[in-house]
Every structure is written in structure tokens, then in C-alpha cells.
Design a protein around this ligand. Structure first.
Ligand code: PEP
Ligand code: MN
Length: 280
């Protein structure tokens, strides 16, 4: 099964570079860093994290105002208030904001503060939502469904591009396997597979992929070495008190250490090899 056309290498062999107000994703330059809390919890929590993320040299702040939670009793996000805090953090720090949009009805309000719409794993095959963001003039981060094949993921991207929005960034965030130590299994081969079959950029989210703080560093380094165009990392001022995903969030010093290692690795890779194409 293939099915997709516009996102394929046959259609366009040149890698797509998604330009988010001057920040280029997929250009072969150092990987972009998207970091922030799982959920926007308060103004203080978000502003403190945003300053840390800016000072680390990252380009994007992440944070959910609308949270897709497994249990309806879990914290569901601050909704409109969360968007307002994101807008404020964006204004103060100059970081670009990426936040999840869960349904087509909230596209307009999310668009008010988001530079990139995030489509979460659970909505990867919400075709109505994919079409709706496809009609919007704003980049989209499309997370891989938790049980989706690479083919299904690329077909989901096709729905967005087919509507006219070619600014799609894919995000590998782990898939469900029989292994249950990690929250999901990070499928790093998907980075190479996507680049082989598609011209779209692909980033990696080691936080949701592993669910374990102690694995985020090694999996981030592996993702960059595998050729990922960026990383999405959860960071929280006090992970132990986080309302959501604290166990997979780095604290500020762990986060800063990791970013400095990633920067060194990216520099090494840039100066030591021209392209992974050499391996084919
Ligand atoms: C998230 O990044 O906030 C999130 C909910 O991740 P996923 O959709 O990959 O589970
Ligand atoms: Mn999370």
C-alpha cells in the first residue's frame, strides 16, 4: 500500500524546508529544538520555562492548552487561559509557539497564538481535522499515530497537503509494541524511512516515545545521529509536581546539559559527513 502522491519523493525529490517565520525546518542545518512543558499549567510555570527554553538557544516553545488525556478525570488543560499565556510567552521571549489543536472548531482560537498547529498522535487519522488544517495557511506538526504504520502516517500528511498546505513537519513519537517498560517504542528507523519515501521534514519526540526521563538524553542523541530535523522535548521547572507527564519531563539543569550535548553532536555531524545519501 502506498496511496500518497504529493508527499512522495517521486512527486518531489527536493527536501521540503518548512519556514516558520524565518526558522527553517528540514534545511540540513542544526536540528531545531522545540521544548516546553507537556501542559500549560500556570502563567508562572509557562513563563519560567519559556525563559529557560529561550536561553538554551531553542527556537520553539511547546505546551498544550488542550490536552488529549486517556482518563476524563485527568487534567484537561487550561484551554483559553492556556492560549493567552502562550501568546504572552511568545511576545516576551520571541520564541515561536507550537500547541495542539484537537478539533476543527477550535482552529481559529488556537491560530491566535500558535505559529505551528500540532496534530496529536490520537488525532492522526481524524481526517476532518487534517483537511481543516490543510485549508489553513499555517505549518502543521503531524505526530505519528500510536499504532500507525509509516504508510498510514504519510497518507495522513497527504490529506493536509492535498488541501493546499504543504508545510507539514512529521514527528515520530513512539509506537505501541509488546514492550511495556517504555511508554512507547521509539521507532528511529521511521526517520530514515520517511526521508526515503517522502520529501517532508521529520523530527523526534523522545519524551512521549520513552515516557522515562533517564532515556531522553540518549534517544535525543540517537535521533540527531539518525538524521532527524529536530527534537521535541518536555521540560518543566519542577517535574515532580507537574500536572501531566512529569516522569518524562527534564528539569532545567538536565535540559540545559542535554541541549549542549546535542549542539556538539550536531556540529560534529555537520563537519564530519556530507549526507546520509552516501550510505545508500
Ligand atoms: C503532546 O505532545 O502533547 C502529546 C499529547 O503527544 P502525543 O500526541 O504524541 O501523545
Ligand atoms: Mn506530554
Amino acid at each position: 500500500m502506498v496511496g500518497y502522491r504529493l508527499v512522495s519523493r517521486e512527486y518531489c525529490d527536493k527536501p521540503t524546508v518548512v519556514d516558520v517565520l524565518g526558522v527553517k525546518i528540514g534545511s540540513g542545518a542544526p536540528p531545531v529544538i522545540i521544548a516546553g512543558p507537556c501542559a500549560v499549567e500556570s502563567r508562572e510555570q509557562l513563563m519560567e520555562t519559556a525563559r529557560l527554553v529561550r536561553d538554551s538557544g531553542a527556537q520553539f516553545l511547546r505546551g498544550g492548552a488542550f490536552k488529549p488525556r486517556t482518563s476524563p478525570y485527568s487534567f484537561q488543560g487550561l484551554a483559553q487561559k492556556g492560549l493567552e499565556y502562550l501568546a504572552e510567552a511568545r511576545k516576551e521571549t520571541g520564541l515561536k509557539v507550537i500547541t495542539e489543536v484537537m478539533d476543527a472548531d477550535s482552529l481559529d482560537i488556537v491560530a491566535g497564538c500558535a505559529d505551528v498547529f500540532q496534530i496529536g498522535s490520537r488525532n492522526m487519522q481524524n481526517f476532518h481535522l487534517l483537511r481543516a488544517v490543510g485549508r489553513y495557511n499555517k505549518p502543521v506538526l503531524l505526530k505519528r499515530g500510536l499504532a500507525a504504520t509509516v504508510d498510514e502516517w504519510l497518507n495522513a500528511a497527504e490529506y493536509i497537503v492535498q488541501e493546499g498546505n504543504s508545510n507539514v513537519i512529521l514527528c515520530e513519537r513512539g509506537i505501541r509494541t509488546f514492550e511495556n517498560y517504555t511508554r512507547n517504542t521509539l521507532d528511529l528507523s521511521a526517520v530514515g524511512a520517511v526521508k526515503y519515501f517522502s520529501h517532508l521534514p521529520v523530527i523526534v519526540d523522545p519524551s512521549h516515545a520513552t515516557g522515562k526521563r533517564h532515556l531522553i538524553g540518549s534517544m535525543s542523541m540517537a535521533a540527531v545521529a539518525a538524521g532527524a530535523d529536530g527534537l521535541m522535548i518536555e521540560v518543566h521547572p519542577t517535574p515532580d509536581t507537574a500536572q501531566c507527564d512529569g516522569e518524562q519531563s527534564l528539569n532545567p539543569s538536565q535540559y540545559l546539559n542535554l541541549i549542549s550535548e546535542v549542539v556538539k553532536l550536531a556540529h560534529f555531524l555537520r563537519t564530519s559527513r556530507a549526507s546520509y545519501n552516501e550510505f545508500y
